[in-house]
Design a binder for this molecule. Structure first.
Ligand SMILES: NC(=O)c1ccc[n+]([C@@H]2O[C@H](COP(=O)([O-])OP(=O)(O)OC[C@H]3O[C@@H](n4cnc5c(N)ncnc54)[C@H](O)[C@@H]3O)[C@@H](O)[C@H]2O)c1
Length: 256
């Protein structure tokens, strides 16, 4: 049997799920349609609540939780709430992130620390906190979002600090996969090329969109659903033999 049986009542946690135009919201609503209860976590508590409201209005089950993924106490409080209010957590999607277009010589230690604290430390904290329960129950999926910037050293919008933080995400997921897969918890990354969301410094204008599209092979910029669909598969019951992997979703901008 290749696919694993998941409990009918199960929760997916999506960090960065509140962004109205973002990957996290697309993933949260998709997972809800696929039968998951969803914990929508975001620094912007109101936005997280709005996405959770959208899911419950459509007949699904969700809560919105304000959390700073870089803060261990905030993450721990989120774990307590999710475990108290929703079915067992089977999936964690690490989608929270911040960009950094600062050039290398302009990257101050403060910028470096801020980007690393959200993008790398945040993934470490949420994964450690939510995977404990998964490992205890012998079933879990962690999928974190890296970036083509980790593979190409930037080249789309963000530069050195962001690229380094997203490289850390790949390495961390591989290390987590090594330790936790024997306990039933897989860990993987997706690595998107440019997607038209607010993290690109605001909506893309026509010129920037055309430039980014022509750099790849498919000839268009990525959509939030391109990324969410791949993540939903990796979080699902058929992905049990995939661990420590990084999947590109970049329209051929980079082949690894
Ligand atoms: N858009 C792209 O082109 C692209 C490409 C590659 C990778 N990514 C990655 O995809 C992920 C989702 O980004 P997006 O494009 O949807 O951007 P987005 O800015 O729309 O969403 C990011 C979300 O993370 C939240 N967030 C930021 N800091 C947080 C913190 N400390 N704690 C909790 N939440 C926090 C924000 O409030 C926001 O809702 C990010 O990790 C990003 O780096 C995006």
């Amino acid at each position: 049997m290749s696919s694993q049986t998941f409990p009918a009542e199960r929760t997916a946690v999506v960090t960065g799920g509140g962004s109205p135009r973002g990957i996290g919201r697309a993933l949260s609503t998709r997972l809800a349609r696929e039968g998951w209860a969803v914990a929508v976590l975001d620094l912007d508590e109101e936005a997280a609540a709005a996405v959770a409201g959208e899911i419950t209005e459509a007949g699904g089950r969700a809560i919105g939780v304000g959390v700073d993924v870089a803060d261990p106490a905030s993450v721990e409080a989120a774990v307590q709430r999710v475990e108290a209010e929703l079915p067992p957590v089977v999936a964690l999607a690490n989608a929270a992130g911040i960009s950094s277009p600062a050039a290398f010589f302009d990257t101050t230690p403060e910028v470096w620390d801020r980007v690393m604290s959200v993008n790398a430390r945040g993934v470490f904290l949420t994964t450690q906190a939510f995977a404990r329960g998964m490992a205890g129950r012998g079933l879990g999926r962690v999928v974190s979002i890296s970036s083509v910037s980790a593979q190409r050293g930037g080249g789309t919008f963000s530069k050195s600090a962001y690229s380094a933080s997203k490289g850390a995400v790949v390495s961390l997921m591989r290390a987590v996969a090594r330790e936790l897969s024997p306990l039933g918890v897989t860990a993987n990354c997706v690595s998107p090329g440019p997607v038209d969301t607010d993290i690109m410094g605001g909506p893309l204008d026509d010129q920037r969109r055309a430039d980014l599209a022509s750099a790849g092979l498919v000839g268009r910029v990525g959509t939030v659903d391109d990324v969410a669909a791949l993540m939903a598969f990796l979080l699902g019951p058929d992905a049990g033999n995939i661990t420590g992997a990084t999947y590109d979703v970049n329209g051929g901008l980079h082949m690894s």
